[in-house]
Design a protein around this ligand. Structure first.
Ligand SMILES: [Zn+2]
Length: 451
């Protein structure tokens, strides 16, 4: 067991104390100054640039919202933050924020995935009935963004069920990629879904720079292979990313192979089964080959990818990523995630929380810590890359996010850490409470809010 986990109980109490101190007036006063300074430097016990080893007693200088220098010397206004770590803000590569007002996941841990989908369908119907005339999604999305900011996430790979329209405001506070979810297995739905995809992308040309748009043919059991082909071509033409759930369950593989099993039963029950749209004998590799034609693709989950499929994804690493959602993976009691194999094959694996329908929170620090516990054979520095630079690569924002380097955006998270001094400073991140102290975007403090 990693040593830092063993002392977690003590540290949790200690860190709660530290976190509370951070709310003091004096502390607040110091950071109010930073709001007005164009150049300032922050000092931390450890700065984690991600693309190189942690810097002890490090300084990071921010100028006009961008990182200027990283090292051991300050420039401009100086702020010593004490016993903290400074990291690039987290990238959450897979969310469905429309579920963010759930208090707890739907269903129960270990349940069959198709039964969980029945719960999701029921919950969605009830939410629509309860809120007739009001779009219940808006509140949930805003809650999810606010929760994520409090937990140090600055970039999202978000799946939305409604096309974005001018001035709809849902994602005003979000940076990242908003993927439109496309659902409908019937071949007759093809033209209508493709039209919705084009409408969604049309708003990107006039939208803000902080949010870009993408497309998400939901999964092999909810869209036809022909639609996935068309979406990949459109994405290549418009140079936008595509996200698709793939190889998530063994039942999905059974459906692709034989057109039967729990998914076929579920779809028939929902009146959504169409026998001829999934060619029998299909495999996730068929979908990977189609998605590889897109400008950039995110393979969500990939829990049951074969060695050949993992190797294929590794060969496309510049344009194809696999998104691992550790706590959602555990919720459904899947077989061990092939993370080691993926990393060995060069796959760009990024972390996501998935939604609150299968995860208790949207906290990427918790996701990192859980992944570290599940994969003790993988260095912590590697797992931290999954939550930062690999997510940035997946979303195509690696030039501005994911590492602390000159010219990158000053999107930073400040995390209180314990007093001890492990050989590997990354262990300090395992022993936190999951609370962060501060989040900066473009060099501006956004959490805690300054009144
Ligand atoms: Zn998902």
């Amino acid at each position: 067991m990693r040593t830092a986990i063993a002392v977690k109980t003590y540290l949790t109490a200690r860190l709660k104390q530290v976190f509370e101190q951070s709310r003091s007036d004096a502390f607040h006063g110091i950071f109010s100054l930073m709001r007005t300074a164009t150049t300032y430097s922050l000092n931390a016990r450890f700065v984690f640039p991600i693309d190189r080893p942690p810097i002890r007693d490090g300084w990071i200088t921010v100028s006009d919202g961008r990182i200027d220098t990283i090292g051991n010397r300050p420039v401009g206004e100086r702020h010593e933050l004490g016993n903290v770590a400074i990291l690039p803000a987290f990238v959450n590569a897979h969310t469905h924020l429309e579920f963010s007002n759930l208090d707890q996941p739907l269903g129960r841990s270990g349940m069959r995935f198709t039964d969980w989908i029945r719960e999701v369908v029921r919950w969605r119907r009830e939410a629509s009935d309860r809120n007739s005339g009001i779009d219940w999604r808006y509140d949930a999305i805003r809650c999810g963004i606010a929760e994520s900011l409090r937990c140090g996430t600055a970039m999202f790979g978000e799946i939305a069920t409604l096309p974005r329209s001018e001035g709809d405001g849902r994602y005003d506070a979000m940076q990242g990629v908003c993927f439109l979810e496309l659902l409908g297995l019937a071949d007759e739905r093809h033209d209508e879904l493709l039209a919705a995809a084009k409408t969604h992308l049309a708003t990107s040309r006039s939208g803000g720079a902080a949010l870009s748009l993408g497309l998400s043919p939901h999964a092999p059991y909810t869209v036809s292979q022909r639609l996935v082909e068309s979406v990949a071509s459109l994405a290549a033409r418009d140079r936008v990313p595509v996200a698709m759930h793939l190889a998530e369950t063994q039942e999905e593989l059974e459906l692709l192979r034989s057109g039967s099993g729990p998914f076929q039963e579920l779809l028939a029950e929902l009146g959504a089964w169409h026998a001829n749209v999934i060619p029998q004998g299909s495999t996730p590799l068929d979908y990977l080959k189609i998605l590889a034609k897109a400008h950039r693709s995110l393979i969500v989950h990939g829990n049951y990818l074969t060695r050949e499929e993992i190797e294929f994804a590794g060969q496309q690493r510049d344009r194809m990523s696999v998104i691992y959602c550790p706590r959602t993976h555990a919720y459904f009691d899947h077989e061990r995630y092939p993370l080691h194999q993926m990393i060995r094959c060069g796959v760009n694996v990024a972390l996501g929380t998935d939604s609150r329908a299968s995860n208790p929170d949207l906290n990427m620090l918790n996701e990192f810590r859980f992944a570290a516990q599940q994969h003790e054979d993988i260095p912590l520095a590697t797992i931290l890359r999954l939550a930062t630079i690999n997510g940035a690569l997946a979303l195509g924002v690696e030039r501005s996010h994911g590492t602390l380097a000159p010219e990158k955006r000053a999107d930073l998270v400040v995390i209180p850490v314990a007093e001890d001094d492990p050989n590997d400073p990354h262990e300090l991140l395992l022993a936190t409470t999951g609370h962060i102290r501060m989040l900066f975007r473009n060099g501006q403090q956004v959490f805690p809010e300054i009144n």
